[in-house]
Design a protein around this ligand. Structure first.
Ligand code: HEC
Length: 136
């Protein structure tokens, strides 16, 4: 099996991993697996967010993202991110914007809070009309 080149010096990465506690370590491993497995795994974007996790993600988008993009996501400090506003965006660009942020702008990356699969789920929901909190 061929591996993609590592960006972190192995010793540093190993030391950093050794200091992590269980949940953080699991998250790191998930991120690594996500990266390594991105091509190998069959993509199942809509199924990526577990139902219990979806409520959390919906609340996060409504409240955290809403603080900049407006409570109805129709714009504030950040632009509107409604279905209409995002209709012409390639999904991958949306995912990258949410997951990595936009350097040089106030748009932060959310990679410490969510997985890339969850960023994809959010992007898909935004493009099809984001659910209200408490809706299933
Ligand atoms: C601190 C304020 C802030 C927060 C919080 C924030 N954003 Fe943004 N966002 C911005 C700004 C400002 C831009 C425009 C960046 C630019 O000028 O290119 C942006 C751009 C975007 C874009 C691209 C839209 C466009 O037309 O450029 C998307 C999609 C987006 N944000 C989604 C989100 C999501 C989803 C969240 C929550 C997970 C979030 N944002 C949280 C400020 C924020």
């Amino acid at each position: 099996m061929s591996r993609p080149p590592r960006r972190l010096p192995t010793a540093h990465a190993t030391a950093a991993v050794a200091r992590l506690s269980g949940p953080a370590l699991r998250m790191l491993l998930q991120l690594l697996l996500l990266g390594l497995g991105a091509v190998a795994l069959a993509p199942a974007p809509a199924a990526a967010a577990e139902p219990a996790r979806r409520d959390t993600l919906v609340r996060m988008v409504r409240q955290d993202c809403g603080s900049c993009h407006g409570m109805q996501l129709t714009g504030g400090l950040g632009p509107a991110i409604t279905r209409e506003a995002l209709a012409d965006w390639p999904l991958d660009s949306l995912v990258a914007t949410i997951y990595q942020g936009r350097p040089g702008t106030p748009m932060p990356g959310w990679r410490s809070m969510i997985t890339e699969a969850e960023a994809r789920w959010i992007a898909e929901q935004l493009r099809s009309g984001f659910p209200q909190e408490g809706s299933k």
